[in-house]
Design a protein around this ligand. Structure first.
Ligand code: AMP
Ligand code: MG
Length: 351
């Protein structure tokens, strides 16, 4: 299949181009599009065949559900059985934005989209191109991240082209995603809301609106990844993995630096190409074939923004092993470490 690449300026959305992309979705085709979190691989959420095509294009296991993207609040009611008051309050503050909420679904949402579950995940993105595309498609766009299953999520159109060119109808290029990590997922089907995936909207921000919030133990815990029935199936599958082996080194800063350098030196003596992921504060201390500085720990939004791109760049540079510092920063640390731990298959060296 030939994949058309369409450039759309997010500050001056071309309605004619959007209408074309919307028609592809209405007819059951697939369009990758930008959002403020990461790029999404969109299909019409109400058409079972479109969802099947999404799974096939990504090579994604079909029990890993898709998030349904809407652009207007009136589109929420038809797809969910009830919306608790607390969810409405949260939507008032954070929709449109990097927040996904899970509700019980109505029959309008096919099981192909919900991964066989009776619940549906819903998000309203703030990206102007995403919002326009969803409206042009008829209101409901199912979209997981636009990467091949198991690879790091895509934060620009070049990443998407690498993974999905030839497998989908169209890729819309609107430059870099602002946030660079996927949405925060909150489950509203239990008595107390539960965070299933941490993101830009962190625990403190959620607690301020909701009061009591639980965190699914699977978020940072290796054991739960191997669990039987994950609520957020992303928890079960190996995710975000670069081709090289990745290990995280965690502990006091000075000891982390010396251990990472020792490990990299030992790998280099074995003839391996080495990579290191560090921060502004530490990058200057390291010697390796590739040292990536993700930014200052005092601006952890930058670290989050660069994480997936850095993992992909290590692949391009053909490194054999990557050692990363842990990024336990206050604002985004939980979201960053959740992705990094998955990318590392939970290989952590404590010093
Ligand atoms: P992705 O867009 O690749 O981040 O994948 C979407 C993720 O949303 C899935 O991997 C799940 O973790 C989560 N998700 C979607 N629908 C549901 C649902 N009904 N219940 C729990 N988690 C969900
Ligand atoms: Mg994904």
């Amino acid at each position: 299949m030939e994949t058309e690449i369409l450039i759309i300026d997010k500050n001056a959305v071309d309605e004619e181009k959007i209408a074309r992309a919307g028609r592809i979705l209405q007819n059951g085709g697939l369009v990758a599009f930008p959002t403020e979190t990461v790029y999404g691989l969109g299909g019409n959420a109400l058409l079972p065949d479109a969802s099947r095509k999404i799974y096939a294009a990504k090579g994604r296991p079909s029990d890993n559900p898709l998030i349904v993207h809407i652009a207007d609040m009136e589109h929420l009611r038809p797809i969910v059985t009830e919306v608790p008051q607390s969810a409405i309050r949260l939507a008032e503050v954070y929709w449109p934005g990097p927040l996904t909420m899970i509700f019980n679904k109505t029959d309008l949402v096919p099981y192909e989209t919900s991964g066989g579950l009776d619940t549906v995940a819903v998000r309203m993105p703030s990206h102007p191109v995403a919002a326009a595309l969803i409206r042009a498609a008829g209101g409901y766009v199912a979209a997981p991240s636009a990467n091949l299953s198991g690879r790091p999520s895509t934060t620009n159109a070049e990443h998407v082209i690498r993974d999905l060119s030839g497998r989908i109808d169209m890729i819309i290029d609107s430059g870099e995603s602002d946030i660079g990590l996927e949405s925060t997922i909150v489950d509203f089907t239990e008595d107390v809301p539960v965070i299933l995936r941490p993101g830009y909207i962190n625990l403190a921000m959620l607690s301020e609106v909701l009061g009591e919030v639980k965190i699914d133990p699977g978020i940072l815990d290796a054991a739960a990844e191997k669990g039987i029935r994950p609520k957020a199936p992303g928890m079960r599958y190996r995710h975000y993995a670069p081709k090289a082996g990745l290990k995280i080194v965690e502990g006091e800063r000075g000891q982390v630096i010396s251990r990472i350098q020792e490990l990299a030196d030992a790998a280099a003596r074995e003839g391996k190409r080495t990579g290191i992921m560090a921060s502004d504060e530490t990058a200057g201390y390291y010697r390796a074939d590739v040292v990536k500085d993700l930014g200052s720990v005092s601006r952890d939004e930058d670290i989050a923004h660069r994480l997936f791109d850095a993992l992909r760049q290590f692949d391009d540079e053909d490194v054999d092993v990557i050692y990363s510092e842990a990024f336990d920063t206050p604002r985004m640390g939980q979201a960053i470490m959740n992705r990094l731990l998955k990318a590392a298959g939970h290989e952590v060296i404590y010093v």
